[in-house]
Design a protein around this ligand. Structure first.
Ligand SMILES: O=C(O)CCC(=O)C(=O)O
Ligand SMILES: [Fe+2]
Length: 225
């Protein structure tokens, strides 16, 4: 089983976000195979409304999950698509080796350093309360920045290809995270495995009805990620 690496930000344990960092969790062969599979994923850049104007999100994404695990993310209702084989194998590896249980994975594709993700917490109501999130990176190395919600203090670490970062409960309550723009870097993929309450948004039907639909108006316009 892989071991976590102690992150040293020069802070006491009590001040650190609850995370486990496992560099090199995926070997090169697994990274290459997953990268090739992701070349066939139906990525989309849905538009979200920010202060009344529509903008495509500055990256691409796709959501694979068990039936009934639709997800409202970045103010969009994203239907669960069936798991591709290697993404499913990675989910099983997380469960087998770390006891980490999930029923969906959000894959983000950052085409270049111009693509990014704004500060946010992954605290949507359909996530099972108290559950953790497992993040796996492929491709370009990028800075992952954490911001303490109370003090605004920032910490950052570089996530490299093959790395695993477990974000433990209650990290999302106290910290935001984001991926700033970064000039001159190549493509990066990030897989975040999550545990949702099945049926939270009604019954999902797998099939051609994939992609995104706008979520109810009261939640649009506040989210810049
Ligand atoms: O790309 C990353 O490393 C972060 C992704 C993320 O925060 C998310 O999908 O919620
Ligand atoms: Fe996130």
């Amino acid at each position: 089983m892989s071991k976590g690496v102690q992150l040293d930000f020069g802070l006491g344990d009590a001040e650190l976000p609850p995370m486990t960092y496992i560099p090199g969790f995926l070997d090169q062969a697994r990274q290459d195979a997953l990268w090739a599979e992701a070349g066939r994923y139906p990525f989309e850049s849905p538009s979200i409304r920010v202060y009344g104007k529509w903008h495509p999100i500055p990256r691409q994404q796709v959501w694979f999950a068990d039936p009934g695990c639709d997800y409202v993310y970045s103010s969009l209702l994203v239907k669960a698509l069936p798991w591709p084989p290697l993404a499913a194998r990675l989910r099983a590896k997380l469960e087998r080796e770390l006891g980490f249980v999930s029923n969906g994975v959000l894959v983000n594709r950052y085409r270049s350093g111009e693509d990014a993700m704004g500060f946010h917490s992954d605290d949507e109501p359909e996530l099972v309360p108290g559950s953790d999130i497992a993040s796996i990176t492929l491709g370009a190395s990028r800075e992952f920045v954490l911001k303490d919600k109370l003090t605004g203090r920032r910490l950052s670490l570089v996530l490299n290809s093959g790395d695993l970062l477990l974000m433990h409960h209650p990290m999302q309550q106290h910290w935001q995270h984001g991926l700033p723009r970064c000039k001159g870097v190549g493509e990066r993929l990030n897989f975040t495995f999550r545990l949702l309450t099945p049926g939270f948004h009604g019954t999902a039907i797998h099939g051609t009805a994939s992609g995104s639909a706008e979520r109810p108006a009261k939640l649009t316009g506040k989210i810049d990620r």
